[in-house]
Design a protein around this ligand. Structure first.
Ligand code: ATP
Ligand code: MG
Ligand code: MG
Ligand code: MG
Length: 482
């Protein structure tokens, strides 16, 4: 089943069950405290927090999302994209746990010929919050799940709050068992590689009081109007329904991966095993496929490369993709081949990536040309530094590597590679401590900026996992070997 059809079935099912279909909002969040839309619920925050009267009691959406916090997982796990689509159903003071569980179970297990996704019941496991006996009992009753396949999880995984006084409540997540060849038995509590999280149901049930962090706060009582917020990863379901190994091999992503293989002359082998000699290149191709798509979608939603904020995230994503291609031996421009492949894979669902492609590609190609110039001029600067270090008989200093990175935008992995070709090692520790200092400065800045806006922190910690905290500056700045 193609991604487009998975999305359509989702919408059809919930519309048939009384939900209003709300089209995806932009990746650029209208909430000033969030750089990007990080979850399906973001456009509904005013209703979920009862700040505004909801115009409809039930909604369904398939929301474009960007999670920069997941960047280091991309290509290494089977399930994390920087861009992905979160399918969700929402109740604003209308239905609650029983209906949410019934909808989820029905849609997942109804045969494909009858409009569902036809997942095998025996492969589904669920988690509930430690003391949420109500949800556990409902799963037994509605889905007929044996108790062993209903696992209890703590605050970290299965409790949601905004991080501030406001709504809060337990979650229940649905996992798919890929089978014994993917890991050990024992359910998601034991192995999150074999058991893939596909759907999170959030039961906004309580009023949270003051406190700190994710697990140290008071519960003031039940909310007068309880809400449902759910999110299913479209790519994760696609991976299962298309019988492929990971989300990068699904129909909306794979064509870019194939182009990356073609351009580099590498053979993609689908390996998940870090000990496999093909793993490094496989990861690179998956990263390229993911980051090119994220770049396409971000530019399509109006982001342009720059040195701060959203534009910086975009710049880093593009540069990482280009670097990954260079590490596979491709020196020429890659975007003119990769971007059209991503456009063609996405245009069925997002026609604007085609109608607006002239503008999107102009921005992307100009950014790539600029980066290639950066690499060329940084290389000259680096060669001088290498010459000087060699005659002084020292390593290449951390300051040199840092200046190259900071002033010339020259990636550290490239510095390492070129230095090692010249037979020189690099003071990586020195480099890292300078990077750390810089990150700490940036964090301080970000904090002092935030302090000026009373309301901004409210939604900084929307989802149970904390993924929604904007960590783009710091996380994107961590050097990775990709
Ligand atoms: P994980 O534990 O796998 O990182 P999560 O618990 O952070 O996922 P939620 O915040 O619960 O994810 O988001 C709801 C759903 O969105 C998840 O169950 C998953 O299917 C999907 N999802 C979350 N993050 C990603 C991502 N980076 N790429 C693809 N799908 C994602
Ligand atoms: Mg999770
Ligand atoms: Mg989750
Ligand atoms: Mg996560």
């Amino acid at each position: 089943m193609k991604s487009q059809e998975i999305a359509q079935r989702w919408i059809d099912f919930f519309v048939a069950n009384g939900h209003r279909h709300v089209p995806s909002a932009s990746l650029v969040s209208t909430d000033p405290s969030l750089l990007f839309t990080v979850a399906g619920m973001v456009p509904f925050i005013p209703y979920l927090t009862a700040r505004e009267e909801p115009p409809y009691p039930r909604a369904v959406s398939v929301q474009k999302c960007i999670r920069t916090g997941d960047i280091d997982e991309v290509g290494k796990t089977v399930r994390h994209g920087t861009f992905f689509q979160m399918a969700g159903n929402f109740s604003f003071g209308d239905y609650f746990k029983r209906e949410a569980i019934t909808f989820a179970w029905t849609l997942l297990t109804t045969p494909v010929s009858e409009g569902g996704y036809g997942l095998e019941k025996d492969r589904l496991w669920v988690t509930v919050y430690l003391d949420d006996d109500e949800a556990a009992a409902l799963w037994q009753e509605i889905a007929g799940l044996p108790v062993e396949r209903i696992q209890r999880m703590g605050m970290e995984d299965n409790y949601w709050s905004t991080g501030q006084p406001g709504p809060a409540g337990p979650c229940s997540e649905i996992y798919y068992d890929r089978g014994p060849e993917y890991g050990q038995d024992g359910g998601p509590a034991v192995d999150d590689t074999r058991f893939i999280e596909i759907w999170n149901l959030v039961f906004m049930q309580y009023q949270r009081g003051e406190g700190t962090g994710k697990d140290n706060f008071e519960i003031l009582g039940e909310l007068p109007k309880k809400n449902i917020d759910t999110g299913l990863g479209l790519e994760r379901l696609a991976m299962i329904l298309q019988g492929v190994e990971n989300m990068y091999e699904t129909d909306q992503v794979r064509p870019v991966l194939d182009k990356a293989a073609e351009l580099s002359g590498k053979t993609y082998t689908s390996t998940e095993d870090p000990a496999d000699p093909n793993h490094a290149d496989d990861v690179r191709m998956r990263v390229v496929a993911d980051h090119v798509r994220s770049s396409l979608m971000l530019i399509s939603d109006g982001v342009v490369p720059s040195n701060e904020g959203r534009g910086y995230v975009l710049r880093r994503l593009m540069r990482r993709a280009i670097r990954a291609m260079r590490l596979m031996g491709v020196q020429d421009m890659v975007m003119p081949v990769l971007l059209p492949a991503s456009r063609d894979a996405m245009k069925g669902v997002y026609p604007q990536v085609e109608t607006d492609f002239e503008r999107i590609s102009r921005i992307a190609y100009a950014e790539e040309r600029a980066f290639l110039r950066t690499i060329a001029s940084g290389t000259t600067r680096l060669e001088e530094a290498i010459g000087a270090s060699k005659s002084a008989g020292t390593k290449l200093s951390g300051e040199d590597a840092f200046t190259l990175h900071d002033t010339y935008g020259f990636p550290i992995d490239l510095t390492l590679e070129i230095a090692s070709e010249a037979g020189l090692s690099v003071d990586e520790e020195g480099f890292r401590s300078l990077m750390k200092e810089q990150r700490e400065r940036a964090q301080k800045d970000a904090k002092s900026k935030k302090a000026g806006h009373a309301d901004l922190t409210v939604f900084n910690n929307l989802h149970a996992t904390g993924d929604t905290v904007f960590t783009g500056y710091t996380e994107l700045a961590t050097e990775s070997n990709v």
